[in-house]
Design a binder for this molecule. Structure first.
Ligand code: SF4
Length: 513
């Protein structure tokens, strides 16, 4: 009560007004809040003229008061904000979220799977930061930005410095609470020391390290794709063992599967380093996935696997092994930009295309893709397949890149028309393709744009591309990019990630395959 009296006294001095009626902040609202309450003192409804008069009177520079509280002050009430109980908006366009018109931290950037998830009472609405803000509103521990807002005019140029400090301090509080919240949802098997020691250990043996991002970023990826505490989760494609670690940390039961024994071994070793274990499954590339019907609640699949497998067959298998309303997360499926990069990056793409021409690759590659990929897996080992696997000599690397260029060119010309290996997604086709495969698209995650190299080699490739009429004609399907320049080519999306709900119960029954 003392705190409140002080605030009211300060307000009287600050705003040079006599507070007639003390509005009591209702802290019962602070605990486990689910919706806005109306327990605030009801204010008299003002006419537009009265409002205008108040704004003119109290909005003057000298009074230094945030406009949100003009009405309360005019009515003789203590400034007390109820926005955190009432508002939680998503600002379309720049993906910001906010509780009031001018809250600085944009709580947090909107990267929840759906708006429904965001507003779910277990998620943002009852986010610990929202609770913290509500509980401390009007006290000396108020969020710094709200403190400024209640005590002064947060928009006044005079308060710019205060505003900056309040903004960064508020962000710090948010970041701390958010990290703690995410860490609590996991088993806590991963820490910085373990990550650094493992990166160092592997750095000596291989050209790349498994952990490129911070622990918080990995955990956030798992969290926003709703892949935590799934019950039973299958990871298909373990080229990036870092994901296996964080998926295993967030799920009691994780199975991992891959076509490559080397990659499975690396993932298993990595998990062991962190004291985690999983069941491993080697996929032999033919026949059904080695799992019983309705075995999993969620599947995380590397987009590269989709590129190198028969898409129709793979999705029918995923439908079979997933329970009703399960979640499928496709991580970085190949799109036009990535294939273009592979084509333009090949060291000898001229000879690559000669080979392609000899193969009449228009249809052959897509139709006979399985054989070629088998050959690729067994002999050439294309570079993107085994960054973390055993070192190869220069000849093998060049052959791998050349094969990549051939495969990429063929896929761009005809891949997406087929369900066989070598097909890919592009932004406009995801919805259509998934509908055809009987899978419901939930959300398309950020589409990453291609970053094409600017080396002399790529300039040579660019000149070569200009003479490849077949490929340039095919590329027109995905956008008008003529004449080709590095800038225009870089606008093709490189990877597409998306979430889908599989075996959605409200949907028509999927015919058995
Ligand atoms: S900054 Fe805080 S106190 Fe000010 S209106 Fe927004 S939520 Fe309310």
């Amino acid at each position: 009560m003392n705190k409140l009296s002080n605030i009211l006294k300060n307000c009287e001095e600050l705003f040079n007004v006599k507070i007639l009626k003390h509005a009591t902040p209702d802290h019962s609202m602070s605990s486990s809040v689910t919706t806005a309450t109306s327990s605030q003192t009801k204010s008299k409804r003002l006419t537009p003229d009265e409002k205008r008069e108040i704004y003119l009177h109290y909005g003057k520079e000298g009074l230094s008061i945030s406009k949100e509280f003009l009405k309360q002050i005019a009515l003789g009430e203590a400034p007390f904000c109820t926005y955190p109980w009432k508002r939680l908006d998503i600002v379309s366009g720049d993906n910001r979220t906010k509780v009031c018109s001018d809250f600085p931290t944009r709580l947090p950037v909107f990267n929840w799977p759906t708006t429904e998830d965001f507003h779910n009472e277990n998620n943002m609405w009852n986010h610990p930061f929202m609770q913290y803000m509500r509980q401390n509103m009007g006290t000396t521990s108020a969020v710094p930005y709200c403190d400024l807002c209640v005590r002064a005019n947060k928009r006044s140029p005079k308060n710019f410095d205060w505003r900056d400090t309040a903004r960064s301090e508020t962000k710090k509080i948010f970041t701390k609470i958010e990290s703690e919240r995410i860490a609590k949802s996991y088993r806590g098997c991963v820490n910085k020391e373990l990550v650094n020691s493992y990166n160092e250990l592997l750095w000596k043996q291989r050209s790349t390290v498994p952990f490129h991002r911070s622990i918080d970023e990995y955990r956030k990826q798992i969290w926003i794709n709703n892949l935590h505490n799934s019950g039973s989760l299958l990871q298909i494609g373990v080229k990036k063992p870092a994901y296996s670690i964080f998926l295993a940390e967030a799920n009691e039961n994780l199975d991992i599967a891959d076509f490559s024994k080397d990659r499975l071994k690396l993932a298993a070793n990595t998990l062991e380093h962190f004291g985690l274990s999983t069941s491993q499954h080697h996929l032999n590339g033919s026949g059904k996935l080695p799992f019983a019907d309705s075995s999993f609640n969620a599947v995380w699949i590397d987009g590269e696997i989709i590129y190198s497998a028969n898409r129709e067959f793979l999705f029918s298998e995923l439908r079979r092994i997933l329970k009703p309303n399960s979640r499928l997360h496709v991580n970085r499926a190949f799109s036009v930009g990535e294939l273009l990069r592979r084509f333009l990056n090949a060291p000898t793409n001229l000879s690559g295309c000669e080979v392609t021409a000899n193969m009449s690759a228009d249809n052959n590659w897509a139709r006979q893709g399985e054989d070629i990929l088998q050959w690729q897996a067994d002999c050439v080992r294309s570079p993107h397949f085994d960054e973390l696997e055993l070192p190869r000599d220069a000849n093998q690397k060049n052959s791998g890149r050349q094969f990549d260029a051939i495969a990429a060119r063929s896929a761009l010309i005809c891949g997406q028309h087929y369900s066989q290996p070598g097909n890919f997604f592009y932004a406009d086709s995801v919805r259509r393709v998934l509908r055809k495969l009987g899978v419901t698209l939930d959300v398309i995650k950020g589409i990453s744009v291609n970053r094409l190299p600017t080396s002399a080699l790529s300039k040579l490739s660019l000149a070569f591309l200009a003479n490849d009429h077949e490929l340039t004609a095919a590329l027109k399907q995905y956008g008008e990019q003529n004449p080709y320049t590095h800038a225009s080519l870089a606008t093709y999306s490189a990877f597409i990630s998306f979430n889908a709900i599989v075996n959605k119960e409200t949907q028509k029954k999927v015919p058995s395959t």
